[in-house]
Design a protein around this ligand. Structure first.
Ligand SMILES: *Cc1c(COP(=O)(O)O)cnc(C)c1O
Length: 368
């Protein structure tokens, strides 16, 4: 973890202190409110539960602190992505999406953007810079891409796409604000699913948009308020609690993933391995340049679909589940959803279990 990340993590735990009056609760209160006391002139205060909520403010303060930006909270990662696409795009404009990123974004574009006259193209993350960005109003990148873990050069994409007149949006879900800082690398906005590591306990869906561009912040806030897809206060409270321990969890997860990836690479049962932290990974040189850590996701390919399923089922310390980033290690065979990966490809999300115990369980499940 870099010094600035440690500094941000240290201050995060004390951010609330600034505004406290004597006798106030130290932890963030959960405020469930549709109505607010509102006599006379309604300006300048919370007016109605679809417009504002103090618990949203609490979680947005932490997210904004982590990314040095303004954060807007959403009820899921897809709600955050939808807010960006639907508030910033107009009929006749064109979007570029990764062909190997989170697949729901492509389905959303096909199902809802195209009928509104907003076209889209897709391109593999590893070759995202090829063919330039002429003609795009919005370029959406995801690195490392979920699930294949290919990378693209965020600073180079941001520079070239912005020069071509596009807004550049980065999905930072796989890395979290502690692992990668796309806004520092020049993108216009970050979107992320806090459902994953930021909440970290697999009990809540949540998302956010962060930006240093006030026009973008105002657009997504208006979208949330007017379209009405707002986060629940209790979910916001849970994510606030999760963010307070994200740095500790993320450190353990990344440290374990680095060690386990090295051992998996040398394991005779593993046909192929993707982890940006491995020196021979195609994304390694770029990962060293643009990521603070190498993340907690590992892509491993076993001999067949059956072998992959048996490995996941057999391992006592792996939850067979979709989604990732929880305190418990989880895994799934992504081809079961139709992702363009090998039938034996397993996306392994390393959790917070003690490292050697986790490795022993993985190694014995590989032995069969
Ligand atoms: C999970 C995920 C999303 C969507 O998040 P939800 O909270 O499920 O809506 C978006 N992007 C990436 C990269 C994801 O992994």
């Amino acid at each position: 973890m870099t010094d600035s990340a440690s500094d941000r993590a240290a201050r995060l735990a004390h951010l609330r202190r600034e505004g406290l009056e004597k006798g106030d609760p130290v932890p963030l209160p959960l405020t469930l409110a549709a109505m607010f006391h509102l006599p006379g002139d309604p300006a300048g205060v919370s007016q109605y539960g679809r417009f504002a909520n103090p618990t949203w403010d609490g979680v947005e303060k932490l997210l904004g602190h982590l990314e040095d930006a303004t954060a807007v909270a959403f009820p899921s990662g897809m709600a955050a992505i939808s807010a960006v696409l639907f508030s910033l795009l107009r009929t006749g404009e064109r979007v570029l999406l990764p062909s190997d990123g989170y697949y729901t974004v492509r389905v959303l574009a096909e199902r809802f953007l195209v009928p509104m006259g907003i076209g889209f193209d897709t391109r593999p993350t590893a070759g995202f810079l090829e063919d330039g960005f002429d003609g795009y109003r919005l370029v959406f990148l995801e690195t490392p891409a979920n699930p294949g873990l290919d990378l693209c050069d965020i600073a180079a994409v941001a520079k070239k796409a912005r020069a071509a007149g596009a807004l550049v949006i980065a999905d930072n879900t796989t890395m979290t604000p502690y692992g990668q800082r796309p806004l520092d690398l020049g993108v216009d906005a970050v979107v992320a699913a806090d459902t994953k590591a930021p909440n970290g306990h697999s009990d809540t869906l949540f998302g956010h948009v962060t930006s240093r561009n006030e026009t973008i912040v105002a657009a997504v806030r208006d979208w949330r308020k007017l379209a009405g897809g707002i986060p629940g206060p209790f979910e916001a409270w849970l994510v606030h609690r999760g963010l307070e321990t994200l740095e500790v969890r993320f450190e353990r997860m990344c440290n374990s993933a680095e060690l386990i990836a090295t051992r998996l690479r040398d394991h005779p049962r593993v046909r192929a391995l993707r982890y940006p932290g491995l020196k021979d990974d195609p994304g390694h040189a770029l990962a060293v340049r643009q990521m603070q850590r190498f993340g907690f996701l590992i892509g491993l390919t076993l001999g067949s679909a059956d072998e992959a399923e048996a490995f996941i089922d057999r391992c006592a310390l792996i939850q067979p589940a979709t989604s990732f980033g929880g305190v418990h290690t989880s895994a799934e065979r992504r081809a079961r959803w139709g992702d363009a990966v090998d039938a034996g490809f397993v996306r392994l999300s390393i959790g917070c279990e003690p490292t050697e115990e986790l490795w022993n369980a993985i190694a014995s499940a590989l032995e069969g």
